[in-house]
Design a protein around this ligand. Sequence first.
Ligand SMILES: [Zn+2]
Ligand SMILES: [Zn+2]
Length: 144
Amino acid sequence: MSHHATRTLRELGYRLTPQRTLVWDVLRNHGSHMSAEEICERVNRQFPNVNMSTVYRTLDLLVSLSLVRETLLGPEHRTFEIEEEDAHHHLVCRECGAVEHIHDTDLRGLSAALDVGNSFLVQEVTVFGSCRTCRQADVPPDRP
Ligand SMILES: [Zn+2]
Ligand SMILES: [Zn+2]
């Protein structure tokens, strides 16, 4: 577990249980989005008795402390990743489910367009589309 995460938990009076540490480490080592099921499966390699409700409780805690970010990448598709300092958004391929990050600064034009009269602050954007790999796969092969 990183110093930042450890400090946040300790300062707020939460114990560093093995489950909490492990859920964090699994996410950090994976380095991108994971579902709670995937996290649970990894955690079970070391702690076979940890079940989904424990994993969800742990994730809810880490999300509430802004240590982990939860993003809905589709209907019923809750994913989790380590919360980064830099704001980012998601591009999701409808065909293969691939996820790419788009940096907040790349969305400035969109944020400005949506912020009509200072009424709406954009925090998170998820765009569904078709990734390069899937689009190339759709192209029919050249005929001789
Ligand atoms: Zn794709
Ligand atoms: Zn992400």
